[in-house]
Design a protein around this ligand. Structure first.
Ligand code: PGA
Length: 233
């Protein structure tokens, strides 16, 4: 079971350090892997505050080249050097707002893995696609560019459930996760309005191997509560 907190563009270096020190002291279950994904500028204080703990620090993206003329980008070797444990790639906000395509997501994913990072690769359909009955085809297309790897997990995030308070029903999420697993035999996290009060039911689904949490990961208590929902003990 993996619970990952995607902070998006929240928490600068000072706040990130404070948050991670508080998280280190929070009651977290031993049988749940916990990671946080701060903005780039807050990675160093997060790594420092969580040194010596089991909590991993992820970046929210990663470029496909090791270095070069790519203004505004950060590479896997740079993240690795900083002590960052992994990277999220293909988040729907990257796809919708910053022009990421299946091809660039695949490139980023491959480079991150080759650079020694663990990867959470995000997939998911829009409301329009779901209503048009295209969910399976969209997932198939997005997953088809990825290759199985021991250090790769997929996050299923239906775009209509992100930041909207509309969570997929556990049954609907289970079904999408089964589709993804039939294409690629990897752990699949659910993401989209996961909160302390719906996490237990979602995480009880057999094909749901964890959660990618946005808004509710910004508060130590609510994030820790979601982590505890993932415990089997
Ligand atoms: P949310 O975001 O939990 O705020 O819906 C999830 C995500 O975008 O990863």
């Amino acid at each position: 079971m993996l619970i990952a907190g995607n902070w998006k563009m929240f928490k600068g270096p000072v706040e990130a350090g404070d948050f991670c020190r508080a998280l280190r002291d929070a009651a977290l279950p031993d049988d749940v892997d916990v990671v946080v994904a701060p903005p780039y500028v807050s990675l160093a204080p997060a790594v420092q505050a969580l040194a010596g703990t089991e909590i991993g620090v992820f970046a929210q993206n990663c470029h496909w080249e090791g270095e070069g003329a790519f203004t505004g980008e950060v590479s896997a070797p740079m993240l690795h050097e900083l002590g960052v444990y992994g990277a999220i790639v293909g988040h729907s906000e990257r796809r919708q707002l910053f022009g990421e395509t299946d091809a660039t997501v695949a490139q980023r994913c491959r480079a991150a893995l080759a650079g020694g990072l663990n990867v959470i690769a995000c997939v998911g359909e829009t409301l329009e696609q779901r209503e048009a009955g295209e969910t399976d085809a969209v997932l198939r297309r997005q997953v088809s560019v990825l290759e199985a790897d021991d250090n790769l997990v997929i996050a299923y995030e239906p775009i209509w459930a992100i930041g909207t308070g509309k969570t997929a029903t556990p049954a609907l999420a289970q079904q999408a996760h089964e589709t993804i697993k039939s294409l690629l035999d990897l752990p699949v996290l659910y993401g989209g309005s996961v909160k302390p009060d719906n996490a237990a039911e979602l995480l009880a689904q057999p094909a749901i191997d964890g959660a990618l949490v946005g808004g509710a990961s910004l508060d130590v208590e609510s994030f820790a509560a979601i982590c505890r929902c993932g415990s089997r003990s």
